[in-house]
Every structure is written in C-alpha cells, then in structure tokens.
Write a protein that binds this ligand. Structure first.
Ligand SMILES: NC(=O)c1ccc[n+]([C@@H]2O[C@H](COP(=O)([O-])OP(=O)(O)OC[C@H]3O[C@@H](n4cnc5c(N)ncnc54)[C@H](O)[C@@H]3O)[C@@H](O)[C@H]2O)c1
Length: 387
C-alpha cells in the first residue's frame, strides 16, 4: 500500500506517482473517493476482490483509516490522504470513478456544512473533469434525501422531491441535488459516462457508533443498557438495506448503460418503533424506550421503489433484516467494548461467554457474525446482468 498526501498525510512513505502512470496491463484502475468511509471501504474490498487496482482518496473527515488498513501492503491498493474539493492533482488514468466522499449522517453534515456543500459542487466537478480526461465511467453516490419529506410513497426515480432548501437538512440535500445536476450536464453536454445511484438507508459493519444514525444509536443504547431514544411517536418509517446488497447493486449499475438515477435500497419498510423493539430482542437487553420531540423536517416515510433496479440491473436485495442485523451484531458489540462500556447482557444467541472471558468472547462473536455474513451471502446466486 502507498500512503500519500500533503503535509497532513498520516505517514509519509516515499511518494511513488503510481496513480499517474499508464496501466501496463488490462487490469482496471478504479478511484474510490471516500473509500475510508463506511460504504466506500466495502467498495474497496469488492473492487480489489474483483481484480481491480484501487486508489482510495479520503480526507478522513468522517472516515477512518482502520476501515481499509487490512489492505495495507497490497500492491493493488493506494491510499491518498486528500480532499477532492481542493486537491489539484488526483490522477487521471482511471477506468472507473466512484464518488462516495461526503459527510453522510445528520450529525456529520451539520457539523461540516461548508465541506458538505463544497464536496457536492467543487469535489464533484473535480472528479467529473478527471472522468472526462480519462474516459472513465463515473458513479455518484446520491441519496433518498433528494426526495426530501416525500409526498409520493414509495419513492420512484421520476419523483422530483419535496425539499426545503433552507431547512435543517439543507446542506446535504442540496449538495446532492446539485451533484446530480452536474452529472447530468457532463453527460448531456460532454458525453461523459455517468451513473447515479440513489441510496436508501444502508447498514452493516464499519458504521461509526457515534454517527447519530438510527442503527448504531439503537445498538449502542441497547448494548450498554441505556433507554432506546425514539424521536416522535415512532410511527415514522424507514427501510434498511444491508451493505453487501448495496455494493452488488452499485457494481451492476456501474457496468450498465443507465445514465439516469437508479434507486438502490431494501423496500421492506418498518416503523422506527418496531425497529427499536427488534434491536431490543436481538440484543436480549430488555431496554426501556424513551420518547423525544421529532426534529423539524424529519421524513415521515421512506421506502424505495426498486422496479427500475429490478428491470435494468436484474437486482434486488437478498439479505433480509433479521439476517443482516445478526451479521452486524458482533461488530457493534466489539465497538461498544472498545469504549470500555460494560455490556448490559450478552445476546441470547451467543451465551454463555465461556472461558475466554468477556473480551475474547466478544471477538469470537464478531467472527461468528462475519462467518454468518459470508454464509448468508454465499447462498445468494449472483447473476451478471451483462451476460
Ligand atoms: N450510509 C447510508 O445509508 C447512505 C445513504 C444515502 C447515501 N449515502 C451516500 O454514500 C456516501 C458514503 O456514505 P457513508 O455512510 O459511507 O458515509 P461516511 O461518512 O462513512 O463516508 C464518507 C467518506 O467520505 C470522506 N470525505 C468526506 N468529504 C471528503 C472530501 N472532500 N474529500 C475526500 N474524502 C471526503 C470521509 O472522510 C468518509 O471517509 C455518501 O456520499 C453518502 O451521502 C449513504
């Protein structure tokens, strides 16, 4: 692995300008911006596994180097510690560019409002210019937030949305909408090969415990014996997609010819109240639930219409919520234990803790969760929409 960057790079190994060299073989070269984040790091795993050379660019604003440190030493992996909104030279010999750089949770984008607007405008434009120069296909991680607090349910790609441009979610929603407009302009005016994925709530290992999103928050509260906090009366709905399903949808979209946006998400809708109960049962924690005022502009419903993904990509989610949550539990237990928080109760599934003691048992459960994830995913027959 190469670790490169400006003065703030984490470690300065001799800078070999690998990203600017022409590829001697036919091995595809893929740039993943935001590759040290939750979803981006799973994309790094997938594209390396598929035989690509991967350059991961991340300024570590909300991501973590530990999400990709298992690729350290892999000659096909390069890490650039750079900001896509401000960096002048991000390379130019790419076959594919995936833009997953952007603060994504409400806590993060409200803490970094200008960075969020910059990355959807300057950052997006920088990457589109590189795609144009390289002749690369570029995919933008857009979001269900472009639909705002929707008046149409479930949300189809043809729905234009119901967004408050000066509301609490303004910087994120409008940054993403502007990025889509840039993508459409580069495609229509300059012929750049663009793909737009509108991602609905996704979960899985490597989410940060403190990112304020519903699953890490509920898991942390349940595992540490706190009351589960629900905003509003819990009747607002969400739908949750397991990260491996999302990654499969993204790969299929990238290799398709579809330039218009495509929703990727799991249409299995659940109220937040029911979701809290599921987490309490999964963690065997018996927590109470506390209710708080609903934040302004919180979407009341959220469910993807995935007819287009089924038709154009032959994609639909394979991991149901029960399986996905089981596959993620071990990860969250390990994250909570890192905080030095005494776990309220071990999950029923994995008791007793055994002779290894708490720490060893948590690691063992983490491996069980990972093994479960791989078994569940292996059962799934993957078809290539191109064949
Ligand atoms: N997780 C979801 O449920 C979800 C839903 C819809 C859309 N998305 C989109 O997917 C993408 C990834 O989301 P995530 O959940 O993995 O979030 P994340 O915060 O874990 O990852 C974002 C990554 O981008 C990096 N980054 C931010 N600004 C950057 C910049 N200017 N230059 C370089 N790197 C930068 C961060 O350091 C981080 O590693 C985001 O664009 C987000 O809007 C995610």
């Amino acid at each position: 692995m190469e670790l490169q960057g400006g003065p703030s790079a984490i470690s300065l190994t001799p800078i070999i300008d690998k990203v600017c060299m022409a590829s001697p073989s036919k091995q595809p070269h893929t740039l993943i911006a935001g590759g040290a984040g939750f979803i981006g790091s799973h994309l790094c795993d997938r594209f390396l596994r598929d035989g690509h050379r991967v350059t991961c660019i991340d300024n570590l604003l909300t991501g973590r180097l530990e999400n990709v440190d298992h690729h350290l030493g892999n000659p096909d992996f390069t890490f650039l510690h750079q900001d896509i909104s401000t960096s002048a030279d991000l390379g130019s010999d790419y076959d594919y560019i995936l833009n997953f750089a952007c603060p994504a949770s409400p806590i993060d984008y409200l803490k970094f409002p200008f960075e969020t607007l910059d990355v959807g405008s300057y950052g997006m434009k920088n990457l589109l210019d590189i795609a144009q120069k390289s002749g690369a296909t570029i995919l933008q991680a857009s979001t269900s937030e472009v639909y705002g607090d929707p008046l149409v349910h479930p949300q189809k790609e043809s729905y234009w949305g119901h967004v408050n441009p000066i509301g609490p979610r303004r910087v994120y929603d409008e940054s993403k909408r502007f990025a889509e407009a840039l993508m459409a302009a580069y495609h229509r005016e300059l012929g750049v090969k663009t793909r737009i994925v509108r991602i609905f709530n996704t979960y899985g290992p490597r989410m940060r415990l403190d990112d304020g999103r519903v699953l890490p928050t509920f898991m942390k509260q349940a595992l540490s014996g706190e009351a589960i906090s629900i905003f509003g009366d819990g009747s607002q709905t969400r739908s949750f997609c397991y990260v491996d399903d999302l990654v499969e949808g993204i790969v299929r979209l990238l290799h398709s010819d579809e330039a218009d946006p495509v929703n990727i998400g799991n249409p299995d809708e659940i109220t937040i109240g029911q979701f809290a109960e599921e987490i309490v049962a999964l963690t065997n924690s018996g927590n109470t639930i506390s209710y708080h005022p609903l934040p302004e502009d919180d979407p009341k419903v959220r469910q993807p219409d995935i007819i287009k993904a089924r038709r154009v990509l032959g994609w639909s989610p394979r991991m149901n919520r029960q399986e996905g949550l089981k596959a993620t539990l071990g990860y969250f237990e390990e994250e909570v234990s890192k905080l030095g928080i005494q776990m309220a109760k071990p999950s029923a599934e994995h008791r007793p803790l055994g002779r290894m003691g708490n720490r060893g048992a948590i690691q063992r459960r983490r491996h069980q969760s990972e093994a479960f994830r791989h078994r569940a995913w292996k059962k799934i027959k993957i078809t290539d929409p191109r064949t």
